[in-house]
Design a protein around this ligand. Structure first.
Ligand code: IVH
Length: 667
C-alpha cells in the first residue's frame, strides 16, 4: 500500500508540474482526478500515512485563529529604483567604483511581478514552511495557504539539501483576477481594486480552503543563500530551480552588458501589455554571486540589484464629493467624484475609495488635490492626497453612521474592513436584489432588464422578489415606455421563470457567498428547496467544496423569518423551483462537464445549460481540468484553441443536440 501511495504522489506531482508549470499536460483531467481520488481514498483509510508533501495537502486544511510570526534567517531585502537609462548607467558606475575594477559585469534582467514576495523553506527537500515578506525581517507564517498554490512544489527533486530557502512572487494573472471579481460582483462582495490586492487578500485568509479556491500563480526568482545550491551565478540558480520543478518566468533574460539591460527594458515596456499578468518594472541583478557577495547590502537594499520602474499612468485631480453606494448585500462602497482628468488617454471622473480603513489610511478630505493612478485596465485609484494644497476648513471624508438610502444605522463588524447596511428592507439593497434576481446571473427573465426593474420598483409595483410574479397586464401596459406588446412579453417571461432550475433560483436569491458554482453544489447535494431550508451548518460543512463562510451565510439566510415569509409568498404566487432527481448514472450526459463557446443557433445559452443539467451533465466554469467537452457554436473565441491544445473533446451544437436525442453516443 505504501508503495502505491508513493507511486500516486509521484505521478500526481509530475502531472501537476506538467499542467501548472510547463503548461504541457500528458493526461486528461479525468485521469488526473481518478489518481487523486485513489490517493484520497488510501489516505482516508490509512491516515497515519499522510505526509506534509502529499498532493492531498493542497486542498487546504483547518482554518487558523491568527497568523504566527516567523523570522527570516536571512532578511528579505527591498530594492532601490531606477527611472531612466541614466540611473542604470549610474548604477553600473557605482558597482565598478565599489569593486575597484574596470571589468564590467553581466546581468540578469527579470520582469518585476506585482504580487507578494514569499519565502519557502525546504528541509531535506520537503516544504516545511512558507511565509510573507512582512517587514523584511519578520513575516507571517502562511504555510497552509501557500501549500494550496498548485505551482509551488511540495517536494524537491533533490532531497539531499538539508535546508533551502527559496524566494519568489505569488500573483494573480489578469484572467484570474477578472474571473474572481466577476464572481464577487455576483455574490455581492466588494471588488478587489487590482490583481495585487486580490493576491494579497487571497493569501492572507485564515481559512486556507478559501485560498485554495483563488487562482493564484507563482514564479520563483532566487534563493536566500546561493552557496546552499553550489551555483555560481543567478542564471545557474534559476536553472537549478527550474530543475527542482519550480516555475521560472520565461521572460527572464541574461544580459552580457548594461546596454542589453537598457534594450531589454524597452522591449519589456512594449511586451508588458501582452503578458497575462501585470508587471511594474524589471529587476536587474549582477549575475555573478562572488561579485554579489563583495558588493553586499546597504541599509535595506542590496548594491548588486536595482528595480527599473515603468512610469505609472498618473495625474492629479480634486475630490469634489464622495458618494456612498449600497450594494446588494448592504456593503457600503465609497466612490470619489473627481474633477474629470485625462489619465493616460482615458477620462477619469470617479475613483473607488474601497472602504473606511483605506480612507483613513490615505487621510482624504473633501476638496483635496489627489494623485490618481490607473494601472492597466483596473478601476482608477487614488494614490494619495497632497495635503500641502489642503484648505484649513477641509472636512475629512468619513463613512456615514447611517445608511445614505434608508437611514438605518450602519455596522462595521470587528476585524472587517467593510461597513454594511444590515436593514433587510433597505430600498437600495432591495432594488439591487431585484435587478440581480431578474438578470442573466439570476433567473434571466425576458423583458426585465435593469431599467425596467428600476421603473417598476419606483412605481411601487414590485417591492420584493415574489411581487414580480404577481404583476398584471393592466399594471404595466399603461406605464411610460410600455405598451401592449412589451407588457405581454414581460408576463410571458415571468410565467416561464416560475419553474426555474433549483441552482438558478438559489443563485438568483443573492445569498452572500452563493454564486453559480455554490448554488450547483447545493442543488446536487439537497435536490429540493424544502430540504435546503432546514439544513444545519454541520450538514452543509460536509458538502465537498462548500466553505465555512457560505455555510454560515446559507443557514443565516434561511433561518431569517423575513426570508421564510418570502419563501411562502413565492409558493403562493406559483414559483416552484424544479426538484432535481438524485444522481442518475445512465443519462446521456452523466459524468460529463461541458462548456459552450461561440454563438448557438438553435437554442439559447440558458436553454442549453438547462438541457445539460436535465441530462445529468454539469457546466464548467472555463477551460478547467474538470471540463470533458467543449460545445462550439459560430465564431468561437480563444476557448476553442485552449481546449484543442489540452486535447479536450470538441463537438458542434448539432452534435450536442443529437446526443440528447439519443441519436449518437457520447464518446
Ligand atoms: S529580488 C534583493 N526579483 O520586488 C532582491 N524581487 O523591492 C530583492 N520582485 O518585494 C528581491 N519580482 O517581491 C526580486 N524577479 C524579482 C522580483 C522581485 C518582483 C519584488 C519582490 C520584492 C520587491 C523588491
Amino acid at each position: 500500500m505504501e508503495r502505491r501511495l508513493q507511486e500516486l504522489r509521484r505521478l500526481l506531482d509530475e502531472h501537476s508540474h506538467r499542467y501548472y508549470v510547463l503548461d504541457d499536460p500528458l493526461i486528461s483531467d479525468g485521469e488526473y482526478d481518478r489518481l487523486f481520488q485513489e490517493l484520497l481514498a488510501i489516505e482516508k483509510e490509512y491516515p497515519h500515512l499522510v505526509t506534509a508533501d502529499s498532493p492531498s495537502q493542497r486542498v487546504g486544511g483547518a482554518a487558523l485563529d491568527k497568523f504566527v510570526q516567523v523570522e527570516h534567517r536571512i532578511p528579505m531585502l527591498s530594492l532601490e529604483n531606477a527611472f531612466d537609462d541614466q540611473d542604470l548607467f549610474d548604477f553600473e558606475d557605482c558597482l565598478l567604483r565599489y569593486l575597484l575594477t574596470e571589468k564590467k559585469p553581466d546581468y540578469m534582467a527579470e520582469p518585476k511581478l506585482d504580487g507578494l514576495a514569499v519565502e519557502l523553506v525546504y528541509e531535506d527537500g520537503i516544504l516545511v514552511q512558507g511565509s510573507t515578506r512582512g517587514d523584511g525581517t519578520v513575516g507571517e507564517d502562511i504555510s497552509a495557504q501557500l501549500r494550496t498554490v498548485s505551482a509551488i512544489p511540495l517536494r524537491l527533486k533533490r532531497l539531499d539539501i538539508s535546508r533551502l530557502e527559496v524566494r519568489g512572487e505569488v500573483f494573480m494573472d489578469r484572467e484570474g483576477f477578472e474571473a474572481l471579481n466577476r464572481w464577487r460582483a455576483k455574490v455581492g462582495e466588494p471588488l478587489f481594486a487590482n490583481p495585487r490586492n486580490a493576491a494579497a487578500g487571497s493569501l492572507r485568509q485564515l481559512d486556507p480552503k478559501i485560498t485554495a479556491r483563488r487562482p493564484l500563480r507563482f514564479f520563483v526568482y532566487g534563493v536566500a543563500s546561493p552557496v546552499d545550491t553550489g551555483c555560481k551565478t543567478q542564471q545557474e540558480v534559476l536553472e537549478f530551480l527550474a530543475d527542482q520543478a519550480f516555475p521560472v518566468n520565461p521572460e527572464i533574460v541574461h544580459c552580457p552588458d548594461i546596454h542589453r539591460v537598457i534594450r531589454r527594458f524597452s522591449e519589456l515596456s512594449d511586451l508588458r501589455h501582452e503578458l497575462s499578468y501585470e508587471i511594474d518594472g524589471m529587476v536587474v541583478k549582477v549575475n555573478d554571486f562572488v561579485l554579489q557577495e563583495r558588493l553586499g547590502v546597504k541599509a535595506r537594499a542590496p548594491r548588486w540589484a536595482i528595480a527599473c520602474k515603468f512610469p505609472a499612468v498618473q495625474a492629479t485631480s480634486k475630490i469634489l464629493e464622495v458618494h456612498f453606494q449600497v450594494g446588494r448585500t448592504g456593503a457600503i462602497t465609497p466612490v470619489a467624484i473627481l474633477e474629470p482628468v485625462d489619465v493616460g488617454g482615458v477620462m477619469v471622473s470617479r475613483a473607488t475609495l474601497h472602504n473606511g480603513d483605506e480612507i483613513s489610511r490615505k487621510d482624504l478630505h473633501i476638496g483635496d488635490t489627489v494623485l490618481i493612478q490607473r494601472a492597466g485596465d483596473v478601476i482608477p485609484e487614488i494614490v494619495k492626497a497632497v495635503p500641502e494644497k489642503r484648505q484649513h476648513s477641509a472636512v475629512p471624508v468619513r463613512i456615514p453612521d447611517d445608511c445614505p438610502v434608508c437611514s438605518h444605522p450602519l455596522q462595521k463588524p470587528e476585524g472587517e474592513a467593510v461597513t454594511r447596511c444590515v436593514n433587510p428592507y433597505c430600498p437600495a439593497q432591495r432594488l439591487r436584489s431585484l435587478v440581480h434576481f431578474c438578470s442573466k446571473a439570476g433567473l434571466d427573465i425576458d423583458g426585465l432588464g435593469k431599467k425596467s426593474v428600476e421603473q417598476l420598483f419606483t412605481e411601487g409595483l414590485i417591492k420584493d422578489l415574489p411581487d414580480i410574479f404577481s404583476l398584471r397586464h393592466e399594471d404595466i401596459a399603461g406605464l411610460d415606455g410600455w405598451g401592449e406588446k412589451s407588457a405581454e412579453k414581460l408576463l410571458l417571461g415571468t410565467m416561464a421563470a416560475k419553474t426555474p432550475l433549483l441552482a438558478r433560483f438559489l443563485a438568483a436569491l443573492g445569498i452572500r457567498y452563493v454564486g453559480e458554482v455554490t448554488a450547483e453544489l447545493l442543488e446536487r447535494s439537497y435536490q429540493s428547496l424544502e430540504k435546503l431550508q432546514s439544513v444545519t451548518r454541520e450538514e452543509l460543512l460536509e458538502v465537498e467544496g462548500l466553505g465555512e463562510q457560505a455555510a454560515n451565510s446559507i443557514v443565516d439566510y434561511f433561518s431569517d423569518p423575513a426570508v421564510q415569509e418570502m419563501m411562502r409568498k413565492f409558493h403562493r404566487v406559483g414559483v416552484h423551483p424544479l426538484e432535481v432527481a438524485g444522481k442518475e448514472e445512465n443519462l446521456p450526459l452523466s459524468g460529463e462537464v461541458l462548456l459552450f463557446t461561440g454563438t448557438l443557433k438553435k437554442i439559447s445559452r440558458t436553454e442549453a445549460k438547462k438541457l445539460v443539467k436535465e441530462n445529468g451533465g454539469q457546466i464548467a466554469s472555463g477551460i478547467t481540468r474538470k471540463l470533458t467537452c467543449l460545445v462550439v457554436g459560430e465564431k468561437p473565441g480563444s476557448k476553442l484553441k485552449k481546449a484543442q491544445q489540452q486535447g479536450k473533446k470538441i463537438i458542434t451544437e448539432d452534435e450536442f443536440l443529437e446526443i440528447l436525442n439519443g441519436g449518437r453516443g457520447f464518446s
